[in-house]
Write a protein of this length. Sequence first.
Length: 158
Amino acid sequence: MAGQDIAYLPYGEALGGRPRDAGLYCDGIADYEAMARQPAFAAALTRLAADAARGRVCLMCAEREPLDCHRCLLVARALAARGLAVGHILHDGTVEPHAATERRLLEREGEGGDALATGNLFATGLAERLAAAYRRRARAVAHRVKPGRATTNRKTKK
């Protein structure tokens, strides 16, 4: 939509939530942490950051709730870790900063506590609780392979 200054920028499988590589599944569930360690993922994030430096970028999603989507649990998490400002457009049109989405994630996963109430995400143990909350939520909503599809039989991290 050139007249609207809107362009489609394909990022393909590198930022997708349904990897073709069986090694990126754990017990038949897409493993976002393993996906985030892939060189192609890091390269796509670098490209996305460069595109965002030139103009506003919007990653589209079919999920109503950001916490149900790999774009939040995988991509936005990695972008925020790189220091990029990330917001999630909610169903009512409001934009929720990623830090607020993370607070909701912690509350939903029972990982809140004093540090959450004060907004100090650097309090002792909170980073670990946030990582655990991300892991549990991702396992709950990530793509699952159909029975019979070959995947690795890695065990889930505790």
